[in-house]
Write a protein that binds this ligand. Structure first.
Ligand SMILES: Nc1nc2c(ncn2[C@@H]2O[C@H](COP(=O)(O)OP(=O)(O)O)[C@@H](O)[C@H]2O)c(=O)[nH]1
Ligand SMILES: [Mg+2]
Length: 300
């Protein structure tokens, strides 16, 4: 082994927690760029995704996961399985909770990591949104004995993110450079693009509709060094949802499209021509074929 390699602290860290506690936001903060989409709707993250943080002599590979919840669809089952699988073989586990609402669901997840052998961190996020007077009594009631460290952070403000990094670094072994230092995620370009479109759709829509939204990429064509043409379909589950997504005279779809185009242009570094269609596929979240088309099945 090369001398340098000996000096690198590296490893995989799984990020687990209920939906919407800020798992993806913490990962983005750590990586320093937005590698995972974020929204205020539960179950924004549907698949395991890596976010790679390179800092000095350290490489931390975060495994972001869908929130652990009681699944009601086949898609939900896939998502929870993704989260459960993520903790196998990692070097450390972070359980993230929302400082404002620590409840039964969180305690269940905390108990699931009880018997894991690797270092475990309890990360209390969104501390910007709650006073210590409210948080402290709740924390006193919690059994945190399964954790090696308890850290409170704010992904939004960046509070204690450096401290969390340092504690994780200390807990990781010396190891190889798992990924080249310009690689910040394992997600291919087409997945990143479809996720951006889904994020803008989620952010512009109210509860209920977002859970039934899926994006299928039809094509990404580089027309020249400066122009990329992209075609994609947004799926939803009901005709009434379709008309909301399209909006009055297409206003909503135009808004989603222009917000997505802005982010995709930054990602690809070219101008983007984005064409979006909206289609209804009833109950696709329970249909194997549709789940496969949208990338929510892992072939063994
Ligand atoms: N106030 C506050 N909001 C946060 C913080 N971190 C995340 N959020 C918000 O919480 C919501 C869920 O975040 P996300 O990262 O998608 O959560 P995930 O489902 O656990 O991955 C989004 O609206 C975020 O902007 C934080 O530290 N403070
Ligand atoms: Mg997420």
């Amino acid at each position: 082994m090369e001398k340098n390699e000996n000096k690198l602290k590296s490893g995989f860290v799984a990020i687990l927690g209920r939906p919407n506690v800020g798992k993806s936001s913490i990962m983005n903060r750590m990586v320093g760029e937005k590698v995972a989409i974020v929204s205020d709707k539960a179950q924004t993250t549907r698949q395991k995704a890596l976010g790679i943080c390179h800092r000095g002599d350290t490489q931390i590979v975060f495994v972001d996961t869908p929130g652990i919840h009681k699944p009601r669809t086949r898609l939900g089952e896939f998502m929870v399985r993704e989260a459960e699988d993520a903790k196998d073989g990692v070097d450390a586990i972070m359980v993230v909770v929302d400082a404002g609402f620590i409840g039964k669901g969180d305690i269940e997840i905390m108990n699931r990591v009880k018997d894991e052998k690797c270092p475990r961190f309890l990360v209390i996020n969104k501390t910007d949104a709650v006073t210590p007077e409210k948080l402290m009594p709740r924390l006193k009631e919690l059994d945190v004995s399964m954790f090696d460290q308890v850290v409170s952070v704010s992904a939004l403000k960046g509070t204690n993110i450096d401290l969390l990094f340092k504690l994780l670094r200390d807990a990781l072994p010396y190891g190889p450079e798992y990924f080249p230092d310009d690689m910040i995620t394992d997600q291919p370009e087409r997945v990143l693009i479809s996720e951006i479109i889904r994020e803008k759709t989620l952010r512009n829509l109210k509860e209920e509709i977002p859970h039934g939204v899926g994006v299928e990429m039809l094509g990404i064509e580089k027309q020249s060094d400066t122009l990329t043409e992209i075609n994609a379909t947004i799926y939803c589950e009901k005709a009434s949802h379709k008309s909301v997504i399209i909006g009055k005279q297409g206003a909503m779809l135009r808004k989603i499209g222009s917000e997505a185009r802005y982010d995709i242009e930054k990602l690809l570094n070219t101008k983007v021509m984005l064409r979006l269609w909206v289609k209804v596929r009833e109950d696709w979240r329970n249909r194997k074929e549709d789940l496969r088309t949208l990338g929510y099945i892992r072939e063994e």
